[in-house]
Design a protein around this ligand. Structure first.
Ligand SMILES: Cc1ncc(COP(=O)(O)O)c(C=O)c1O
Length: 465
């Protein structure tokens, strides 16, 4: 199958083809969703973009799909469409919507009261199990991964006495103000869209490219960085796998310079029950994990080494009301802990991952076959239960390289195209998540829609469908 003959084709797809297809697909979307359109008109009077979280307006659709309910790997909207859901709440329900074990446990637990500002037995079981999985023994809770990262950084600063955090270009660790930087022309700049945010980045932050040990070594040499905050592999700018030896180098350099290493497993928990820490044999000082822990109930955890746990006990000991800059009324509430305990016991298990990996591998093969069939300069990567393709012929080595391979035009049209055929993709990526409820039939559906879409992308579209 030939590419579009258009000489201006970017990433293998001609802009005029995209524009014509977008017009056709938007028309189709509107026609099929009268109720959502009506609700959106109403919602616009009460919320910016007509949504309770501005991200929900970023699906590439003319207005949001309004959800009614979801079960397993299926989501039904107010217009009666039922979708195969590869978004799964952008990881929050990666183990399936309304998981029966969690629905039961949460239903029972709410009748016992939700939040006491007192520990429960579940807290011990959860911390013990997290310690077994992630090899750091001391744990605390937060209500989101953003918050857990903020708290971990705050603790790293208190313990090292240093101000700075080092992050990798193209990262995302939540709305953590001092991490919102990027490299532009080799220099650190505020990330697009966050300026001003009141942070003096020169004082708080360093940023280097992932997999660049020489730049990392230079950045840590001043011994002014409290912590490196990193994912095992990068996941938020497309997938950027850690090169061989990168993590050994990262650990060696952080140790040599007295810098703490915080590993953020919020997305890489897709790799297995102990995330990238287990899969790659990492040895972090702190681990952060959010999103997936309680079947969609806000929750996150952060763990630390024995040394840090003891240092923290020492710093936070003493009478009087001391807030220390981390903590929260709703963090560690009894209901959430009960849900996390059930998740760890019955949901986020080896058996779940075996199924998820098998189905994800099938999806990766399907995508690779279609990319080859249509001769597109793209590639696909699987990371456990997470599969993503990028508009680049090979895997990127850095966030900068991955960023240059992005195309909002192609990406957003793809999401719209799939939604019109009852398949939900994660809005911010070409990424599909596989749950324990996702089937090989769902992969066949993806394959069919992907094939149709690439046929349309690579030929002159008919606009009158
Ligand atoms: C690696 C990573 N860390 C932290 C976060 C923040 O998670 P939340 O939005 O639940 O606070 C995200 C969100 O996508 C993430 O990808």
């Amino acid at each position: 199958m030939a590419l579009s003959a258009d000489g201006d084709a970017t990433h293998g797809v001609a802009p005029h083809t995209l524009a014509a297809l977008r017009a056709r697909e938007e028309r189709k979307f509107r026609e099929q969703r009268p109720r959502a359109q009506q609700l959106h008109a109403e919602a616009l009077q009460h919320m910016p973009h007509g949504v309770p979280l501005h991200w929900m307006s970023q699906w590439g659709t003319p207005f949001p799909i309004f959800a009614e309910r979801a079960q397993g790997a299926r989501l039904t909207d107010v217009d009666g469409h039922t979708y195969v859901d590869f978004c799964l709440g952008d990881s929050a329900c990666m183990f399936g919507h309304a998981h029966p074990a969690l629905a039961k446990t949460i239903g029972e637990a709410i009748t016992q009261g939700a939040s006491y500002m007192l520990p429960t037995r579940d807290a011990i079981a959860v911390s013990r199990e997290l310690g077994r999985r992630f090899r750091v023994p001391y744990w605390q809770l937060a209500t989101s991964a953003t918050e857990a990262n903020r708290f971990a950084l705050r603790i790293a600063r208190m313990i090292t006495g240093r101000d700075k955090v080092l992050v990798f270009n193209g990262k995302y660790h939540g709305s953590v103000d001092e991490t919102q930087v990027e490299l532009r022309d080799g220099a650190m700049r505020p990330q697009h869209g966050v300026n001003p945010n009141g942070v003096d980045f020169a004082r708080t932050t360093k940023v280097v490219e992932f997999n660049d040990l020489a730049a990392l070594e230079a950045a840590l040499a001043d011994r002014d960085v409290a912590a490196v905050l990193a994912e095992p592999h990068m996941t938020n700018i497309g997938m950027v796998p850690a090169a061989d030896g990168f993590h050994d180098g990262l650990r060696r350099l952080t140790r040599e310079t007295g810098t703490l290493l915080i590993i953020d497993e919020t997305h890489t928990i897709c790799m297995g029950p102990s995330g990238g820490t287990g899969a790659l044999g990492l040895d972090p000082d702190m681990v952060v994990l959010g999103k997936v822990l309680a079947g969609g109930i806000p929750s996150a955890v952060y763990g630390m080494s024995e040394h840090l746990g003891k240092a923290l006990e020492h710093i936070t000991a003493g009478p009087g009301i001391n807030h220390y800059g981390f903590g929260g009324t709703l963090a560690a509430n009894a209901l959430t802990l009960r849900a996390i305990r059930t998740s760890l016991d019955e949901v986020i298990t080896e058996a779940s991952y075996r199924h998820m990996a098998m189905v994800a591998e099938a999806l990766k093969k399907v995508i690779a076959r279609r990319i080859a069939q249509f001769n597109l300069p793209w590639h696909v990567t699987r990371m456990g239960a997470r599969v993503e393709y990028l508009y680049l012929p090979h895997r990127p080595r850095s966030g900068g390289e991955a960023a240059r391979a992005r195309s909002d035009d192609i990406e957003l049209l793809s999401h719209l195209y799939f939604a019109n055929r009852n398949v939900l993709l994660t809005p911010f990526h070409n990424m599909a998540l596989i749950s324990p409820f996702t089937t090989l039939d769902d992969i066949a559906t993806y394959d069919r829609v992907f094939g149709e879409m690439l046929t349309d992308f690579t030929s002159s579209p008919s606009t009158d469908e």
